[in-house]
Every structure is written in structure tokens, then in C-alpha cells.
Design a protein around this ligand. Structure first.
Ligand code: CA
Length: 233
């Protein structure tokens, strides 16, 4: 289930957002201050954050800027909320690295539509749409994986790992990034754990094919090779 961090100091608005997001199937974490939001993010990286501009001490804008400067949070999908509607604020929000921007009052329906659009663009693994890459088909809603029409049996971690790799093909992901994005918690798990699950995933896909499909990039991490079928003979 995709986790969304809602950073909003007005309890009524935070609760309204939380109810709607939970109803839409998201896991919601609430934070009322920038400091609290930072603690949540340090513990577990969410799939997306909704960030109010006006917060009690540090502003949402300052928090967005600091997240964008940090390697770990640089790519965190971000939607900013504000009561202001001035064009300058909107530009400042987008300059600070927000993916989208919503002016209060907004309808929960619109917020959901914006969330889905941002996730589609930035974190497609957080959505339930089926993915097809290199002869593999993965359907998150049925949790089934097929390879050229034949079902591949995977454990839950291998399934999430493959889902992430398939929605971000050709990119090299470090073990730390995979822990953050697939396991969701980088603090308590050793990086070797990633190697163990990559090995299991490769075995499930047929070891030699699996090794070509999920390539080890020495000193960097792993990459799902989209062109595998055309390269293999
Ligand atoms: Ca506020």
C-alpha cells in the first residue's frame, strides 16, 4: 500500500485529507510541523508528500527546498497546498521543487486526481496499473507476474522489487535506494538483504535470464535491462 505523508497544521483539513486518501486505498501518515514531517521521512520515505505552505515554525516551502537538496529525498513526489493564490507563491512553490500545487479550498476529488497524476509521472510503482517490460507482465491488483504468458511465482518482497524495477527500467538503483523504495525503511535493514532478494528474483525468472534482465552494475547497484530481449539471441 502506498504511503502518503500529509504535512498540515490545521487538524480539520489534515483529517479531511486523511479520510479521503485512506478511502482511496492509501496509507496516510500525518505531521503537523516541518520538524515532525522530517522525523517521519527520516524513519520511512513515503511515496508522496502533501505539504502545506504555512506551518508553525519552519515553512512548507523551506522544507520542500531542504528535501530537494538532500540526496535521499530529492525525488520524493511533492504536492504543495496553500491558502494563497498569488502567482508569485505558485512560482516559488514550483521553484522549490514541488511537482504540483493546489490552492485552498480544494475538493478532495481534485487532490486525488493530482496525486494520481504526480504518481503516474514520478512513482508509477505506487499505482495499481499493470506494467509490461521485456516480456514480463506484472499486475499489482491481482499480484500476478507472467513471462511470455507463463506465470512466475514470486514472494511478496521479490514481487515489490520487480514492480519497482519494472516501473523504473534502465536506471541504476543503489542498494540504499532500493531499500528506501522497496522495503520502505532504510534504517534497520542491511544492504546485503537486497542482494539476497535480487538473487531469489533472478532464480524465479530462470537464473541466466534473470541475471541478464536484472543486471548488476558494479559499485553502483542494479538495473532492469529493458532491451534484454533484443540483446539476447
Ligand atoms: Ca497551515
Amino acid at each position: 500500500m502506498s504511503r502518503i505523508l500529509v504535512v498540515e497544521d490545521e487538524a480539520a483539513i489534515a483529517e479531511l485529507i486523511a479520510i479521503n486518501l485512506r478511502h482511496a486505498g492509501f496509507d496516510v501518515v500525518l505531521a503537523a510541523t516541518a520538524e515532525q514531517a522530517q522525523r517521519e521521512v527520516d524513519q520511512m520515505l513515503p511515496e508522496l508528500a502533501i505539504l502545506d505552505w504555512m506551518l508553525p515554525s519552519q515553512s512548507g516551502l523551506a522544507l520542500a527546498r531542504s528535501w530537494r537538496q538532500n540526496v535521499r529525498t530529492r525525488d520524493l513526489p511533492l504536492i504543495m497546498l496553500t491558502a494563497r493564490s498569488e502567482e508569485n507563491d505558485k512560482i516559488a512553490g514550483l521553484d522549490a521543487g514541488a511537482d504540483d500545487y493546489l490552492t485552498k479550498p480544494f475538493s478532495p476529488k481534485e487532490l486525488l486526481a493530482r496525486i494520481r497524476a504526480v504518481l503516474r509521472r514520478r512513482a508509477p510503482e505506487a499505482l495499481d496499473a499493470p506494467v509490461e517490460v521485456a516480456g514480463l507482465t506484472l499486475d499489482p491488483s491481482t499480484r500476478r507476474v507472467t513471462r511470455d504468458g507463463v506465470e512466475v511465482k514470486l514472494g511478496p518482497t521479490e514481487f515489490r522489487l520487480l514492480h519497482f524495477l519494472m516501473t523504473h527500467p534502465e536506471r541504476v538503483h543503489s542498494r540504499a535506494q532500493l531499500l528506501d523504495r522497496v522495503w520502505g525503511d532504510h534504517v534497520f535493514i542491511e544492504e546485503r538483504t537486497v542482494d539476497v532478494h535480487v538473487k531469489r528474483l533472478r532464480e524465479a525468472l530462470g537464473l541466466s535470464d534473470g541475471k541478464r534482465l536484472i543486471e548488476t552494475v558494479r559499485g553502483a547497484g542494479y538495473r532492469l535491462n529493458q532491451q534484454m530481449q533484443t540483446q539476447a539471441d
